[in-house]
Design a protein around this ligand. Sequence first.
Ligand SMILES: *Cc1c(COP(=O)(O)O)cnc(C)c1O
Length: 459
Amino acid sequence: MDERTVDDRTRGLEAAHRAAIDFLGSLDERPVWPRATLDEMMSAFGGPLPEEGTDAASVIEEMARRGDPGLVAIPGGRFFGFVIGGTHPAALAADWLVSTWDQNSGSATLTPTTVAMERIAGQWMLDLFGLPESASVGFVTGGQMANFTCLATARNAVLARSGWNLSERGLRLAPAVRFVVGADRHGSIDRAARFLGIGTDELVVIESDDQGRMRPGALEHALGQATGPLIVCLQAGEVHTGAFDDFAALIPIAHDHGAWVHVDGAFGLWAAASPSLRPLTEGMGLADSWATDAHKTLNAPYDCGMAIVRDPADSIAAFRTGGDYLVFTSLDPWDVTPELSRRARGVPAWAAMRSLGRQGITRLIDALHENAMAMASGLASVDGIRILNDVDYTQVMFRLDSDEATRALGEAVLAEGTAALTGAAWRGRAALRCSMSSWATTRDDIDRTVGAIRTLVAG
Ligand SMILES: *Cc1c(COP(=O)(O)O)cnc(C)c1O
């Protein structure tokens, strides 16, 4: 490589470093919601592909300058929309190195460093979640793909148990697999089922209670009438209320009927890592597969989801690349997920856990819950606001008297800029939702947010 290329690369990295520090430094004061629209950003970056290239540092400086007005302060302390974490310092820095190292982490023989770090990260998570240490952990892009990966594994396994080899004989003539889901499941479950050839009309939907938890009696009743291969999807952390299904009651019912039990725990699985919140997850370890994210509660950068399967042989049967059964010790990451080539997305998760330690992880999760309780009591003190859920975990949902006023408040909050939260519909009525997902949120952030909302409601 000639000297000019080396200089170009170094200056590019230095420009990215400066731009990153500037952006992070702006987080506390910039409006949380973007000030530019998509159209404005399309024109900022638009025009024909330039004929001539330019040096790396100029590209980075241009990108930082033009992109700035369209950025959301997601890594700051007052972004409460959806369920979206910030980025922990060690995870962010590790992510830079992941791109620099450029390791294709689908293959264990090709990239021992990153595959080992991901394997260790997986073992640490199983330990934190209290799940069997022999389970397989596949790193995928997020909760959606983790649900898909687990459910594809489940479908393969329940068909195999009924004597049908899906890999060889395909789905067309296979026995019908019944997907049993809760009424308040996350939309990614429906999408995962759809990708697997199961339409929304085919889902067996079980009634839930006022917090969105599946009713055990209703599950018992539905399974009593179901025949053939069964998959039951439960949930740790409902996105509106944060509620957890009653695993200790539900999983034994499902298993009595021979079902595979999957748990969507995109942000809820992490409750198991805190001694004080762990009771929410009681009985969860009895399931057959679990989906979770490191880019939510652990505050690793995008993208990082994990598909966890109790028996690695089931993962391998669904996803193995070669025809031969591989021994577990030489398991390649691509043998347990749909992907082949990919970045080492588990490495930032390793770095976050290494930096926080067990105590730090517990404190992070406990703080999210404490912030949620502080936010709920602050909001409840505002005239006209009603909290709609039991704040057992990280989610706070509230509304004003009318749907109209509730929606208008949501828009006003984004326009005012102190904080961002997102709208929702709950039991047919408009609501607003605050999700405590960021390590960066302080009590001052909560106070500033409640203060801004109080002023908007009064105005
Ligand atoms: C966020 C979320 C998902 C989807 O996860 P992505 O990382 O966005 O793909 C699935 N289930 C639940 C409960 C979630 O909160």
